[in-house]
Design a protein around this ligand. Structure first.
Ligand code: NAD
Ligand code: MG
Length: 331
């Protein structure tokens, strides 16, 4: 079983007298900065001069400075800009100011694990990765609890990297829930695998294939949309609340029997073999090299793929149907 740390395992006083520099003020950045600040921690947010996030951070009462100033003045530097721009920010603004007194932190292991960023050996390098989007993390914190997180240590130069990382975890509220120990390698590889094979890639492909199957068989696209996309949320919510068992308890016996007998026909040995292949390409660095090269080359293929899928019939039908659902936020 995994090692899990709870409130009693953290010493938040380790952050006293320390300045925490949070780079970026997006999904994760705003939640980390605000939660730390509300816990009495000295926080400064690092943003470029022209950043559109600057006004929001200042309006929230946070102090904001340029990334290089923040790197220079902070004891702990938490990197919360998008993974694709972390290397550039690290080389231009962080690396010149690193020394053995500082800790470099991440919320995802991609750049460290795939060696896009190689910090000096005398710097502590750790991860606190909250298992929730930033807005959820902030909301749960303001309600008095916290979201679970992962902790990992890449370099322990000081010998105190773990207790220091756990103190940071307490600062952002995750100790109220619990923090699970992992490694940069495990977090990075499982995160990529999850989003590619199940969460984003697998689910989107499954939904499209189900929609196309029904529409090609002559059913109305509007009905197909409800059956394979809209209702997915209801099912996922049940799984989130109480696992597969609770979902099966809540659906009809007919649905449950179809689940046991037809599910494995869809996700068969071919799909499992493909999952192993996707995992192997994550583990051997093939996916990381492809994605890094794509960004170096201007992201043209990525943009083309995005446009291609945005024009899928399910998106057009969905946009019309969602206008009927006044309870949904407009996107
Ligand atoms: P994000 O896309 O929300 O934005 C990050 C912020 O970085 C922006 O708001 C901006 O302030 C700044 N920024 C954007 N482009 C920049 C550029 N070119 N140069 C400098 N700064 C720039 O990012 P995020 O989703 O919060 O992700 C930050 C880190 O947290 C990543 O490592 C990500 O993997 C990790 N993470 C994200 C989530 C999540 O739910 N979003 C969850 C766990 C971990
Ligand atoms: Mg993830």
């Amino acid at each position: 079983m995994a090692t899990v740390y709870y409130e009693k395992d953290a010493d938040p006083s380790r952050l006293e007298g320390k300045r925490i520099g949070v780079m970026g003020y997006g999904s994760q950045g705003h939640a980390h900065a605000l939660n730390l600040r509300d816990n009495g921690v000295d926080v400064v947010v690092g943003l470029h001069a022209g950043s559109s996030s600057r006004a929001r951070a200042e309006a929230a009462g946070l102090s904001v400075a340029l990334p290089e100033e923040v790197a220079k003045a902070s004891d702990v530097i938490m990197v919360l800009v998008p993974d694709t721009v972390q290397r550039g920010l690290y080389e231009s603004a962080i690396e010149p100011h690193l020394d053995s007194s500082k800790t470099l932190m991440f919320a995802h292991g991609f750049n460290i694990h795939f060696k896009e960023i190689t910090p000096p050996a005398d710097v502590d390098v750790s991860m606190i990765a909250p298992k929730a989007p930033g807005h959820r993390m902030r909301e749960v914190f303001t309600q008095g609890s916290g979201v679970p997180a992962l902790v990992a240590i890449h370099q322990d130069a000081s010998g105190e990297a773990l207790p220091n990382a756990l103190a940071y975890g307490a600062g952002v509220g995750s100790m109220r829930a619990g923090i699970v120990q992992t490694t940069f390698k495990e977090e990075t590889e499982t995160d990529l695998f999850g989003e590619q094979s199940v969460l984003c890639g697998g689910t989107a492909a499954l939904v499209k294939a189900g929609f196309e199957t029904l529409v090609e068989a002559g059913y109305q696209p509007e009905i197909a949309y409800f059956e394979v996309l809209h209702e997915l949320k209801l099912i996922v919510d049940l799984m989130y609340e109480g696992g597969l068992k609770y979902m099966r308890y809540s659906v009809s016996d007919t649905a449950e029997f179809g689940d046991y007998t037809r599910g494995p026909v869809i996700v068969d040995d071919h799909v499992r073999a493909a999952m192993k292949q996707v995992l192997a390409q994550i583990q051997d660095g093939t996916f990381a090299r492809e994605w890094i090269a794509e960004n170096h080359e201007g992201g043209h293929r990525f943009k083309r793929l995005r446009e291609q899928d945005a024009g899928h019939q399910i998106e057009e039908v969905g946009a019309q149907l969602r206008e009927m659902m006044s309870f949904l936020k407009q996107h």
